[in-house]
Design a protein around this ligand. Structure first.
Ligand code: A3P
Ligand code: MG
Ligand code: MG
Length: 380
């Protein structure tokens, strides 16, 4: 008997029964027409400064400066002496998005509920990165996830909880791995300028506390979404299309030398790049290909709209429609499950590779994530 087939079969419920206690992650169930996904509209943006302080503006937005095709950027430069790393043991949950919502609630709310408080006009509030994980779930054989959901005034808030496995991995990273995580940010420094007319400054400090985030609104089938995601930079041409179409996602990846490496790149890397940028409507990824010493030996632009063609020749490859239909069905599952409207109740959804998505319910627990300042700020 085929092992893989065995793991993926069995009497798991389909994606959309009236009420079920779990959701299947089997790919075959999600191979249907591509669901409606409205063009994402940017409704605002915010910035986090070098000390991770929130600003309701775009002061951290940077400008893309196209490098040579073979730039020889040394990504290791500055790791020891010009690097300030964000403390990733601090869990910020949805706090920055909630701050943005409070600062912009007049733009968002339209309905006036019976107690005269304003309800947000969306079904879901979350980070783009959480949605990226949902899109790739049917193809994710290594990492599980935990998503905490709270229903408050009709809106479902989705916030990630770090799994035990992820915490162990974070706390046991090797020096080499820590350094390689720096390389992606160093590439950003080589290719981004702070102002529209200035040049990148590779001699400066890389500080990963700094971020520019877009906030977009869109709809996936009947799910109205409001989410935020970090944006690396924008096209510096003033005639470039409006956001999010002017945004550019930067990536680094190991140089591709063999057909096997190319196939792995298509099958396992492009899915993440596609999901991350497709969601907020960012049209292109600029990739820096680096050697084992961390030197960028080539730069290539990948339009998001062409990624599905690039993968067509790969056997057993990921499909955008499976990603989107799974996400859509998960959101339906959440709506059907998280019915009690109460900020101190968390529905915790759990995915472990090769298993169905399950959930548990927690009242006044460590998982509650909507802060009092938000509950009070949105109510008044
Ligand atoms: P690369 O993307 O070049 O690998 P992003 O690409 O999303 O803008 O993130 C910038 C960099 O942050 C990444 O560069 C990578 O170094 C690091 N990074 C992002 N997500 C990560 C994750 N889940 N785990 C570890 N590092 C991550
Ligand atoms: Mg980024
Ligand atoms: Mg990037």
């Amino acid at each position: 008997p085929n092992h893989q087939h065995h793991e993926q079969s069995g009497p798991t419920p389909g994606p959309n029964p009236l009420s079920s206690r779990c959701l299947s992650t089997r790919r075959e169930l999600y191979e249907r027409d591509f669901p409606v996904y409205k063009q994402p509209v940017e409704v605002g943006s915010f910035s986090l400064d070098s000390e991770r302080r929130f600003f309701n503006d775009s002061r951290q937005l940077r400008y893309y400066v196209e490098p040579d095709r073979t730039p020889n950027f040394d990504l290791r430069d500055g790791y020891r002496d010009r690097f300030i790393k964000r403390d990733d043991s601090v869990k910020e949950k949805l706090d920055h998005i909630l701050r943005w919502i409070l600062a912009n609630k007049s733009k968002l709310s339209s309905k006036v509920t019976s107690d005269k408080s304003c309800a947000l006009d969306v079904d879901f509030v979350t980070w783009r990165g959480h949605l990226t994980k949902l899109l790739t779930t049917p193809y994710e054989a290594r990492e599980g996830w935990l998503l905490a959901v709270t229903r408050f005034r009709g809106t479902l808030y989705i916030s990630e909880v770090e799994t035990e496995a992820a915490r162990r991995d974070r706390e046991s990273r090797t020096g080499r791995h820590e350094e390689m995580m720096y390389w992606g940010y160093k590439f950003e420094q080589y290719t981004c300028a702070d102002d529209v007319h200035s040049s990148p400054d590779p001699g400066g400090v890389v500080n990963t506390n700094e971020a520019f985030c877009t906030v977009v609104q869109t709809r996936l089938a009947d799910h109205r979404l409001l989410f935020s995601g970090e944006v690396d930079c924008r096209d510096k041409d003033p005639k470039a299309p409006a956001a999010p179409a002017c945004y550019v996602e930067l990536k680094t990846s190991a140089e591709i030398c063999t057909p096997k490496q190319r196939s792995n790149f298509h099958r396992f890397k492009l899915i993440k790049w596609w999901a991350q940028s497709f969601l907020p409507g960012v049209p292109r990824v600029v990739a820096g290909f680096r050697d084992h010493e961390g030197v960028v030996v080539g730069v290539e632009t990948f339009p998001i709209s062409k990624m599905s063609h690039l993968i067509k020749n790969e056997h057993n490859c990921w499909k955008p429609t499976v990603c989107m239909n799974f996400c859509c069905d998960f959101l339906s599952f959440v709506k059907q499950t998280a019915t009690e409207d109460n900020p101190s109740v968390v529905y915790l959804f759990c995915y472990e590779p090769h298993r169905d998505v399950t959930f548990s319910i927690h009242r006044d627990s460590q998982y509650s994530f909507l802060p009092r300042w938000y509950l009070e700020g949105i109510t008044r």
